[in-house]
Design a protein around this ligand. Sequence first.
Ligand code: GDD
Ligand code: MN
Length: 360
Amino acid sequence: MPATLTVVVPCYNERDNVAPMVAALDKALAGITWEVVFVDDDSPDGTAAAARALASQDSRVRCIKRAGRRGLSSAVIEGALSSSAEYVAVIDGDMQHDETRLPLMLDAVRNGADMAVGSRHVQGGDASGLSSPLRVRLSETGIKLAQMMTRTSVSDPMSGFFLLRQELFEQLAGRLTGQGFKILLDLILAAPRRLNIAEIPYKFRPRAAGESKLDVLVLAQFAGLLIDKALHGLVPLRFISFALVGGVGVLINLAVLQLARAAGLEFTAAQTLGTIIAMVANFQLNNQLTYRAQRLKGTRAWRGLVLFLLVCSLGAYANIGIARALYAENGHGLASGAAGAAVGVVWNYAVSATLVWRLR
Ligand code: GDD
Ligand code: MN
């Protein structure tokens, strides 16, 4: 019988939790035809092998193994898109979520909710499984921030435990950032209309085995997601990153200027050298950070560098021209300079995004 419900389990180094998870699902989902998909990012502990060993005995178990990639959200997306079932549920692979709530969640969606979310913060829920007071604070702050900035009333928008129609997931999939841990928040924000969300209380349990993968990078990605939404996607995250890199470039420029002058170079030559070095450094930084996902390599990188230098030179030319014209008109040096610089950075960003790092 084909499955009605696909349970997607993102996992990284969860080998010892795989078999208990299947056993727990088997118990919790009696009466429902289900399958489970473990989405593993080539964990060194052999999680995928453990899942496949079970899959060879039980056709309800599948495993997607991804090579050279990491990420909770993107793993969930791949697992959910691999499903042909009518409903998809997402649950952590470390037994922290309470799988016995799944039938209730399925009922809620069958009865008209767009999504059922397992919540630690509604009556009957419990977040005591968080591993430390620091995690409790982080979690509370994150929830408040997320609620404020996204105007969602969901009590646990950071939950990684939810269920929805596969069709709805597929509709939203193209708009997801796929970054970091916050796949539920990402889904809520991607929806063109307000989703009707049923919250099902559950008790967040302590981790069964292994350790948490939440780290500083995950928090940075979360901050990025919130900044992006706070600006209503109007200011692309890429632009913010590009502008920050530009700020670093200014510092490099000034540092080189000082050093070169100290070494005896005259001002114009020292400033020219500083500018060129800053632009090359900016190219490198943008290529590594801002455009990480489409990084230029080999000869493409050299061609990109030359183009980038050209684009930025034109940007500088426009910057100076505009600042000079404004200054002649109103005599306000700082404001004129700032306006020129703003035009310059927008120009550099827009043109380099389309010419230098255009999506292949
Ligand atoms: N495939 C894959 N790739 N899975 C991952 C990755 C990854 O890069 N990183 C983490 N996972 C899996 C873990 O193996 C685990 O099954 C699940 O995602 C959650 O990761 P944990 O490391 O256990 O996260 P946590 O317990 O700190 O965070 C949980 O609580 C948060 C709310 O406080 C998760 O449920 C989050 O989704 C939730 O937002
Ligand atoms: Mn966990």
